[in-house]
Ligand binder design. Structure first.
Ligand code: FBP
Length: 697
């Protein structure tokens, strides 16, 4: 455009420089796709074998033994290299196979590398091996929708985030019909093995599929996926077998990078409290990791709140010779008080800003809410079982649902045996804000789980916080501390003696605090005047001097918030070095389990907290991990979700550093900026901090 001649769009789009910068494939993407993750030592030779690791034991649930007889006695399998395999071994290992892979549940960074690992190992063992990807999650198995994954397809997705290659879905193969259709699909494709990449529920599904298809000789292998980090497996003696599901690290690092930026911003313009909700359907692992990565001022951990015991209430009840059950577990009201206390303390040191992290699944740990969730799970499941129409289709609006609940409450008065919803429940529920009522009654997912991501947890909590802060403001308790030197300067500049007004204006003027707090009684210009008159520093006929008024106005807090939700963004991020290496090796582990003929196993890697050369691939038997849990109003066998252990070093560290990170003192905050991550190489910080801390003691 140097000769000012207008350029046509055709010319523009044909220019190679324009094409370069507008192409959807940039240099980083090309490099990412080409990059090859390192292989664990055992995978550096062409063959691997399995050795049962008898030292690991499990407490087997009787119901699991009854329902999963063919896979319940499986052992942990150590993946080992074979230096000189005999001909028999070789021919079994390299026999031509068809392997099907499915993604199940929410995306998690690294999933594509699981497929890449399976693909590379399978093709190396026998180039005739075929890998099929089921489309749109388990529906692809039920409906026989799959595609063969070729080198071209796999190469396009290597080291990239998301599950775009074959996409995902949340359907559960939980009925006889769906199981039969799945079996038919596997047979139609002549599958030797089916690989289920999913969370706790999907690996549960994998165990049942393994049991069901043992007779057909179809192996089923699970892979621990979920950003929530809640698949963590230990044996009966507490030895760690799977420390972390894949995707957790990338999502947590993504959230932490964003939150650290907000810490920088809020401590610069000092006017906002940023309220950050972070994903994690139930467990607060992601919030805990984010706290360690960023040192946000307040991080709530659901598991900690569930464990809360109000000592004062217990003592009081004990003295009265009664038991106060409400003293166990925090209430929403109490929680809002704790948050307000922290906000007020920071404000008193001049910091009326900060960062609050709320885990998405927090409400699961609040007793009063948990009771509603369990009751609604049962009511909805009972309704769906006994009617042709679905509960949500029959009662589409909130009003319809409330009317139905009201009818149930009336029924409870007439029928003694009907106890699930009574008039007290109805009354308690009536005082909850309608958006939250709606949230609690939302549709459950296909596993019967309550969908926390659909509820505005932050809005519920912040509504209560804002109300209580207003009360504290009216009481004069919530005030912004004024720097002593600033006060002195403003009064002197206005020709006034700071000492003359100091004791009348502030509650701590005679102390040595760096920040001065305006007296609680002063909550308006009128009360300011009254207080100064009462102290005799202003006569009835005089006005309040302007510099004094200015100081008072500065002490008035206004609680301004910005809310953010970190979830889908982190879930869709590219994998960190840790996750891309972890998942590629999980894929290699899957093939080793398949080639060695086992079923009902979950691929895993031990020693993730150690240097890469110590990572040890294993197979974990899924059957023994099962326990009974309430789902859709019934007890069902599922893999137990791992929530944050409040005795763990990672939690104890966060708890011990809470006061430091709250930084309710003059001077800088204690924010931490996580190192940026590189996909090409491991860096000093390229491991979840929770993982590191929990492996130290
Ligand atoms: P998975 O357990 O399937 O891995 O999903 C995790 C998760 O990202 C949760 O953190 C979140 O609550 C949920 O998925 C959101 O689900 P949806 O995609 O259905 O909104």
């Amino acid at each position: 455009m140097s000769d000012n001649k207008p350029i046509s769009t055709t010319e523009l789009l044909e220019d190679s420089r324009v094409q370069d910068v507008t192409d959807s494939v940039n240099r980083e993407l090309t490099e990412r796709r080409k990059s090859v993750p390192p292989r664990c030592k055992v995978f550096q030779t062409p063959f691997t074998r399995l050795t049962p690791a008898d030292e690991f034991r499990f407490h087997i649930h009787g119901e699991a033994a009854r329902q999963l007889p063919d896979i319940i006695h499986n052992k942990v399998q150590r993946v080992e290299d074979v230096e000189a395999p005999d001909a028999d071994f070789k021919s079994r290992y390299t026999k031509r196979r068809n392997i099907g892979v499915v993604f199940s549940g929410g995306p998690a960074p690294g999933g594509h590398n699981v497929i890449a690992g399976i693909f590379d190992a399978a093709k190396a063992a026998n180039p005739e091996n075929r890998i099929y990807g089921f489309l749109m999650g388990p529906d692809g198995i039920i409906e026989n929708e799959s595609m063969e994954l070729t080198a071209d397809i796999v190469d396009r997705y290597r080291n990239l985030g998301g599950f775009g290659m074959i996409r995902t879905g949340r359907t559960k193969i939980d009925t006889k019909e769906k199981m039969e259709l799945s079996r038919q699909t596997c047979k139609a494709l002549a599958l030797d093995a089916l690989v289920v990449v999913g969370g706790d529920d999907s690996n549960t599904n994998a165990a049942f599929l393994a049991q069901e298809m043992t007779a057909d000789g179809i192996q089923v292998i699970g892979v621990p996926k979920t950003i929530d980090g809640d698949i963590q497996v230990r044996d009966a003696d507490g030895r760690v077998l799977c420390a972390m599901s894949f995707g957790f690290h990338s999502a947590a690092r993504g959230f932490a990078a964003e939150i650290a930026n907000l810490c920088t911003d809020c401590s610069s313009d000092v006017k906002y409290w940023h309220i950050c909700k972070v994903m994690g359907r139930v467990a607060s692992h992601l919030a805990l990791e984010t706290a360690l990565q960023t040192h946000a001022n307040i991080t709530l951990i659901g598991e900690d709140l569930a464990d809360y015991v109000d000592k004062r209430r217990i003592d009081k009840a004990e003295k009265a010779g009664t038991v106060d059950y409400t003293a166990y577990g925090v209430t929403l009201r109490h929680l809002s008080r704790v948050i307000c206390d922290a906000i007020v303390r920071r404000a008193s040191t001049g910091k009326n800003y900060g960062l609050l992290v709320i885990p998405e699944g927090l409400l699961e740990f609040i007793n009063e809410i948990q009771i509603f969730i369990i009751k609604f799970n049962t009511i909805i499941a009972d309704y769906n079982r006994s009617h042709d129409d679905d509960f949500h289709a029959e009662f589409p609006t909130l009003k319809d649902k409330l009317d139905y609940l009201n009818r149930l409450a009336r029924l409870s008065r007439e029928e003694e045996t009907f106890t699930i919803w009574n008039t007290r429940d109805d009354d308690l529920f009536a005082v909850i804000p309608s958006f939250f009522q709606e949230g609690l009654l939302t549709e459950r997912d296909s596993h019967g789980n309550f969908q926390f991501s659909q509820v505005e947890t932050d809005k519920v909590i912040m509504g209560l916080v804002k109300d209580y802060l207003n009360t504290l403001k009216e009481k004069g308790v919530y005030k912004v501390g004024i720097e002593r030197s600033y006060y002195g300067k403003i009064l002197k500049n206005g020709g006034l003696d700071p000492d003359y007004y100091g004791a009348a204006l502030f509650r701590n003027y005679d102390g040595d605090d760096s920040h001065l707090l305006v007296k609680e009684a002063i909550i308006s210009l009128k009360t300011l005047r009254q207080e100064l008159q009462r102290s005799g520093v202003v006569k009835e006929t005089d006005d309040v001097p302007a510099p004094v008024e200015k100081i008072y106005l500065k002490s008035l807090p206004s609680f301004k918030t910005q809310t953010h939700f970190y979830g889908y963004d982190g879930r869709g991020s590219n994998p960190t070095w840790f996750d891309r290496t972890y998942t590629y090796n999980l894929g290699l582990t899957v093939f080793s389990l398949v080639a060695n003929g086992v079923t009902g196993q979950m691929a895993a890697i031990r020693n993730l907290e150690k240097e890469f050369d110590q990572w040890a691939p294993i197979g974990i038997p899924i059957g023994p991990l099962m326990h009974l849990e309430e789902r859709k109003g019934r007890l069902e066998l599922v893999i137990e979700k791992s929530v944050v252990d409040i005795e763990s070093p990672a939690f104890l560290a966060v708890e011990a550093l809470r006061e430091k990170w709250l930084a309710a003192h003059p001077g800088p905050d204690d924010y931490r900026i996580p190192a940026s991550f590189h996909h090409e190489c491991a860096t000093e910080e390229d491991r979840p901090l929770t993982l590191l801390l929990n492996s130290m003691f």
